[in-house]
Design a protein around this ligand. Structure first.
Ligand code: ARG
Length: 415
């Protein structure tokens, strides 16, 4: 009996060629697995194509709900943004795919798992580290990294083997989508000085063409998880899809990022992530109201750690497990509603409220009813500033350059 390999199959040219290639080169029967992570594709067509090209079996797995529950919402609770910009859509979908590929490989008795990534990107890292974590003895094959064919050679190989190519003019871009966003690379975008042309975007309207009237949306959170839009309860999947629509219509969520890949390359990435951008902003606003200064400062550091770890393919690390426990605990009081204004490409927080709000009007007000003891400020400042004052008396006053030397060397005057 021929050994089987489970292939992560997208329906594109590379993974289609991989079906043939794995059979030719390694004499493996290919089980094609396509995972729906919220990318609008015709999955039954993709399935048929896999079989037509020679897969012995083709499965489509709906991963959307798992993605939301185990990956997107935890990342939202963490406010995970890679390098402060990228909400990590692709990076969050890969560990889920790794899990579903491993489950399938075990169920089907496959000897290996294959993916279509090249050797230059992050996704190969995420797939393989994920598979290693879940099935340390599983063999991994990366045909597109191994075969060394150029784009044209791959297409020639496809034609020679009767693999159908997309009839429509090939998009000049490489695109990856999931519920949390759309990543667009290649073509003219490789020039970091070139503004992305209109055809880059699909989920967001150009801000110039967005409605002339702002739209207000109220997002309700329960322990850091968004549960309502404008008071209407929704499950996570519907909520994210609806938010993508609403915010996308207002041109919100476009990101242009020069990003540091795991493999050391800087790359220019365009993202559309309307829901992720709005939800993270709203979530941060609610945290600002319900968490202490110290909690917020600490959590911001953890957010950077989480984002790096997700980006770098370490989702299934024990460190992630530890950080997740902290993030979850931190969300105990992150319940309430945030009001966002969407207008011509921007999302602005314009209101927030929470039963656990730490905002105290009686302390904050400059009007009647002020309960803040202003007299106490005097003593507070004496102690707070004591170390600075002491140091100034002993060190600065004796400084040859005088007390102003602390402002740094004076700028030399140019002739
Ligand atoms: N740069 C992003 C990331 O590493 C997006 C990658 C998109 N992947 C792709 N195969 N086109 O997460």
């Amino acid at each position: 009996m021929t050994d089987k390999v489970v292939l992560a199959y997208s329906g594109g040219v590379d993974t289609s060629v991989a079906i043939k290639w794995l059979h030719e080169k390694y004499n493996l029967d290919v089980i094609a697995v396509t995972i729906d992570v919220g990318n609008e594709k015709d999955f039954s067509e993709i399935r048929q194509k896999a079989l037509k090209v020679g897969a012995v079996k083709a499965l489509v797995i709906d991963g959307k709900e798992l993605l939301v529950k185990y990956f997107l919402f935890p990342a939202l609770q963490a406010n995970a943004l890679y390098e402060g910009q990228y909400p990590l859509a692709t990076a969050l979908s890969r560990p889920l795919m790794a899990k579903l590929l491993v489950d399938t490989a075990v169920a089907e008795g496959a000897v290996a798992i294959a993916h279509g990534c090249t050797g230059k990107g992050n996704d190969q890292v995420r797939f393989e580290v994920g598979i290693n974590a879940l099935a340390p003895d599983m063999k991994i094959l990366a045909p597109a990294r191994e075969w060394g064919m150029t784009r044209d050679e791959t297409i020639a190989y496809a034609q020679k083997h009767g693999i159908p190519l997309p009839i429509t003019a090939q998009s000049p871009y490489s695109i990856d989508e999931c519920l949390w966003g759309r990543a667009i690379e290649c073509g003219v975008l490789e020039d970091p000085w070139a503004e992305p042309p209109d055809d880059t975007y699909k989920w967001t309207r150009s801000p110039a063409e967005a409605p002339d009237k702002p739209q207000y949306v109220e997002i309700g959170f329960e322990k850091g998880i968004p549960v309502t839009i404008d008071g209407e309860e929704m499950d996570g999947l519907d909520l994210i899809q609806k938010m993508n629509e609403i915010a996308g219509r207002h041109g919100v969520g476009r990101i242009d990022h020069i990003e540091n890949r795991v493999v050391g390359i800087k790359s220019r990435e365009i993202y559309e992530a309307p829901a992720a951008v709005v939800l993270i902003q709203a979530h941060e606003a609610l945290e600002a109201m319900t968490m202490s200064r110290d909690q917020l400062r600490f959590k911001q550091k953890v957010a950077v750690e989480c984002a790096d770890l997700i980006y770098n393919g370490l989702w299934f690390s024990q460190l992630n497990r530890d950080l997740s426990a902290y993030i979850l605990s931190s969300q105990r009081y992150v319940t309430g509603t945030v009001r966002m204004k969407l207008f011509k490409g921007t999302a602005t927080v314009v209101g927030r409220k929470s039963p656990w709000s730490l905002y105290n009007l009686a302390l904050a007000t400059y009007d009647k009813g002020d309960q803040f003891n202003q007299k106490a400020a005097e003593g507070f400042i004496q102690l707070w500033g004591l170390p600075v004052k002491t140091q100034a008396q002993i060190q600065l006053l004796g400084d040859k350059e005088g007390p102003l030397s602390i402002m740094g060397p004076a700028e030399s005057e140019e002739e």
